[in-house]
Design a protein around this ligand. Structure first.
Ligand code: CP
Length: 295
């Protein structure tokens, strides 16, 4: 249900298979497979790339949105999952605002459930496609210096990145104000440090990963966005502290002028659209493994 539980052999197998899918012409490997996307939260990149991944390989797909389905009439997650299963779905991809929802669903349906982001818990497919993207620019994750700047606390992406990159030997600096990057985040994994100083985080970094400030989850937190921009926005001047060939990543959606400047988002160092594009082969590989398709 997350990177934390995923065996390293499985991560390696997904990344290897994604490389094959990226190079090869698509074949109808998923012919007669039915893939359901159950999205209780908004999504552009994850939903479309899972859908394209399934369709390119010949699957039939359906998208269930919480706002345009019987979920709106009060149907529970479990009943919705059982209904989708009874209709013939052979895999369910779920995004949900509650941490643990994919696990709950998986306990009640007899088909694989893929976590497309659950609350503040994990976003495993994002971490996998980000590792895939980094490895297109660097030979190895081992010893890599990664700075993650922004709203760490509310970020399922940050959690999955930390679990995956630290397992492969990357050194991670988490950076933000205490409300968004609490000291306790350093205990997520070994090789992780928390700093309030963006210069310290970025200096010598090979990878700079910027996260969105999740305004929708800030309720009750005393955050001045002006102060955040002044202290933590990733700007061209600040990025110059990183390695000359450092790559700039962002899982999206980007809020230009907030967590980073628009100029940087469009700069040659930015691999943001590569990340988006890599979502398709990586999610093809995730689906193929879940459906136990021989490739
Ligand atoms: N990175 C990501 O999860 O983007 P979406 O919310 O658009 O799927």
């Amino acid at each position: 249900m997350g990177i934390e539980q995923l065996e390293s052999e499985e991560i390696d197998a997904i990344l290897r298979l994604a490389r094959r899918f990226q190079r090869a012409r698509p074949r109808p490997l998923f012919k007669e497979k039915r893939v359901a996307l159950l999205f209780y939260e908004a999504s552009t990149r994850t939903r479309i790339s899972f859908e394209f991944a399934a369709k390119v390989l010949g699957a039939t797909t359906t998208i269930v949105h919480a706002t345009a389905s019987s979920v709106e009439k009060g149907e529970s997650l479990i009943d919705t999952g059982l209904t989708i299963r009874a209709l013939g779905a052979q895999v369910i991809i779920i995004r949900h605002p509650s941490s643990g929802a994919p696990l709950v669903l998986a306990r009640h349906v007899d088909v694989p459930v893929i976590n497309a982001g659950d609350g503040m818990h994990e976003h495993p497919s994002q971490a996998l496609l980000d590792a895939f993207t980094i490895l297109q620019h660097r030979k190895t994750l081992r010893g890599l210096r990664v700075a993650i700047v922004g709203d760490i606390y509310h970020s399922r992406v940050a959690r999955s990145e930390v679990y995956l990159l630290s397992r492969y030997g990357a050194k991670i600096a988490l950076c933000g104000p205490p409300e968004l990057a609490p000291d306790s985040a350093a205990t997520l994994a070994s090789g992780v440090q928390v700093t309030r100083n963006i210069g310290e985080a970025l200096r010598g970094a090979d990878v700079v990963m910027v996260l969105r400030i999740q305004k929708e989850r800030l309720a009750g937190k005393q955050i001045s966005l002006e102060q955040y921009i002044a202290q933590y926005q990733v700007t061209p001047e600040r990025l110059r502290l990183a390695q000359r060939d450092a790559i700039l990543m962002h899982p999206g959606p980007i809020i230009r002028g907030m967590e980073l400047t628009g100029e940087l988002a469009d700069s040659p160092q930015s691999v943001v659209l590569e990340q988006v594009a890599n979502g398709v082969p990586v999610r093809m590989a995730i689906l193929a493994r879940a459906l136990q398709i021989r490739v």
